[in-house]
Ligand binder design. Structure first.
Ligand code: KIV
Length: 277
């Protein structure tokens, strides 16, 4: 392969250039089959560290490891043809120093094929974001509610009400100045999200941040009704696959117990040659 041949159809500069155009559509994906579904309709597939809670039953994203992200990242990238993959840096893989962040971001990109990373944090992560972007690692920032900080934030609350609004605006401006190509706004009041979107020259991707953002992201298992442990207010259920799957599993169990599955249709006939065992 020539070093100049295109690797993927969509890259971070293309996403950045979508500012002010039609809304960017983003869903999480953690597996190849779901990545294929997302690819058909979305601009980006986020390999979110939400994978820990959604697929692995963890109580938060704190325990998600680099190895988990790499395994799921590879599987998602295999399922994408058009949409751009964005991969989350897990808790503990980037906060210590810009050098640590670079080492782990480079590993995530090299071992999965994702062309960029996402990391949580605003002004306090600006130095790291600048370090990464100057060295070939495009960064999507994530501010507002940052779930990896649940233990210091004291829960999954709305961030940016009252006196906090200035801090969220400062975070947004800091990550933009540091070179982030886009920023996720999670659980930020919609008026504030609209003002941030207006002020920044990079696209804002909202999750629980209102309709004025340049794009929207949801956790795919939430919107499909597959993850039902809890449902944040910002999740709209577009399907109830959990209930469908439960009904299907109940039907299977009943048919096995009644010996009506497998029928002849799902069995193989004997080929009668000579003496049978
Ligand atoms: O991990 C994730 O799925 C995320 C989205 C909620 C933005 O970070």
């Amino acid at each position: 392969m020539s070093a100049t041949s295109p690797i993927r159809a969509v890259l971070p500069p293309d996403i950045r250039a979508r500012k002010g155009q039609s809304p960017l559509v983003v869903l999480t994906a953690y597996t190849t089959p779901v990545a294929r579904l997302v690819d058909a309709h979305c601009d980006m597939a986020l390999i979110g560290d939400s994978v820990g809670m959604v697929l692995h039953g963890m109580p938060s994203t704190i325990g998600v490891t680099m190895e988990m992200m790499i395994l799921h990242g590879r599987s998602v990238v295999r399922g994408l043809q058009k949409a751009m993959a964005v991969i989350d840096m897990p808790f503990g893989s980037y906060e210590e120093s810009p050098q640590q962040a670079y080492r782990n971001a480079a590993r995530l990109m090299a071992e999965t094929g994702a062309p960029c990373v996402k990391l949580e944090g605003g002004a306090h992560m600006a130095e790291t974001i600048a370090f990464l972007t100057k060295r070939g690692v495009p960064v999507m920032a994530h501010i507002g509610l940052t779930p990896q900080s649940v233990n210091t934030l004291g829960g999954y609350k709305v961030v940016g009400r009252d006196g906090e609004a200035n801090l969220v605006m400062e975070d947004a401006q800091a990550v933009e100045a540091a070179g982030a190509f886009s920023v996720v706004l999670e659980k930020v009041p919609m008026g504030l999200a609209a003002r941030i979107t207006q002020r920044l020259s990079i696209p804002t991707i909202g999750i629980g941040a209102g309709a004025a953002c340049d794009g929207q992201v949801l956790v795919v298992d939430d919107m499909l009704g597959f993850f039902t442990e809890f449902r944040p207010k910002f999740v709209k259920r577009y399907a109830d696959l959990g209930a469908l799957a439960s009904d299907a599993i109940a039907d299977y169990a009943a048919e096995v117990r009644a010996r009506t599955f497998p029928s002849d249709e799902h069995s193989f006939v004997d080929v009668l040659k000579g003496k049978q065992p």
